[in-house]
Design a protein around this ligand. Structure first.
Ligand SMILES: [Fe+2]
Ligand SMILES: [Fe+2]
Length: 246
């Protein structure tokens, strides 16, 4: 897919969802934070690491006043997801900022030294209703790749923010997946996901959702027919323990 994209700026994925990542040419593991700009809420997904913070925040500020960010979703506790949370919350500077995560992740995220209120998904019916009425639904994806890992489904745009799941590692990166996305997705899942059985269980959960696009925290955005192709493929991919046993 050839899309002429200037990665120095934020990139619109839908009218209200934007990629605000750092295009790190030296890395094979690209990190993708996303900003969802709703009517009265701005939701920041997986804000990222300290080294990426200046670039990410400049792109955020190009789109919104940081004071408008009302919700941060931290899909799990990793430093590439949460490393910059303490500085992000300083810039946002809102007493009512909420950090959405699973309790099993919150126990670890606390160690980043945050002051904002946490919103534990499993104690809130696994959903968050924004002021506009838009519903974000959260799905626990245990052990992919941590016990409290979650993903977010935005019902309005039928978008799945999938965190590390559907992530990919590749030398040549593009924000939108090309025809050969499966190979770089496999490399990441073989190394970071625990077993085919666990991955398959998650894919069968995702079968229940109508998904138009997947926005992973690594690798490339999947759209259209790529979505179903990726889900079916990961149902049978040996990874983690499967490969150790072999
Ligand atoms: Fe991770
Ligand atoms: Fe990650």
């Amino acid at each position: 897919m050839s899309k002429n994209i200037n990665y120095k700026n934020a990139v619109a994925i839908t009218r209200d969802i934007h990629w605000v990542g750092f295009y790190d040419k030296e890395a094979h593991l690209y990190c993708n934070p996303y900003l969802l700009i709703d009517d009265k809420d701005v939701v920041f997904f997986d804000p990222g690491s300290i080294p990426h913070f200046p670039t990410i925040m400049r792109k955020v500020i190009d789109l919104v006043n940081p004071l408008e960010i009302s919700v941060i979703v931290a899909h799990h506790q990793d430093p590439d997801v949460c490393g910059n949370l303490a500085v992000v919350e300083d810039i946002v500077d809102r007493d009512d900022l909420r950090i959405v995560a699973h309790t099993k992740a919150i126990r670890l995220i606390r160690h980043y030294g945050l002051k904002s209120e946490f919103y534990p998904v499993e104690k809130n019916d696994n959903k968050l209703t924004l002021q506009s009425g838009r519903v974000l639904q959260f799905i626990n994806t245990p052990y992919l790749h941590s016990p409290g890992a979650i993903v977010t489904y935005d019902r309005k745009t039928r978008t799945l923010f999938s965190s590390d799941i559907f992530g990919a590692m590749a030398k040549d990166w593009s924000l939108f997946a090309g025809d050969n996305f499966i190979d770089s997705m496999d490399i990441f899942h073989r190394e970071y996901m625990p077993s085919r059985q666990i991955l398959q269980h998650c894919m069968e959960e995702l079968d229940k959702f109508e998904i138009d696009r997947i926005l992973p925290q690594h690798g490339s955005v999947l759209e259209g027919t790529q979505v179903r192709k990726a889900i079916e493929h990961l149902k049978t991919l040996p990874c983690g323990l499967d490969l150790i046993q072999d």
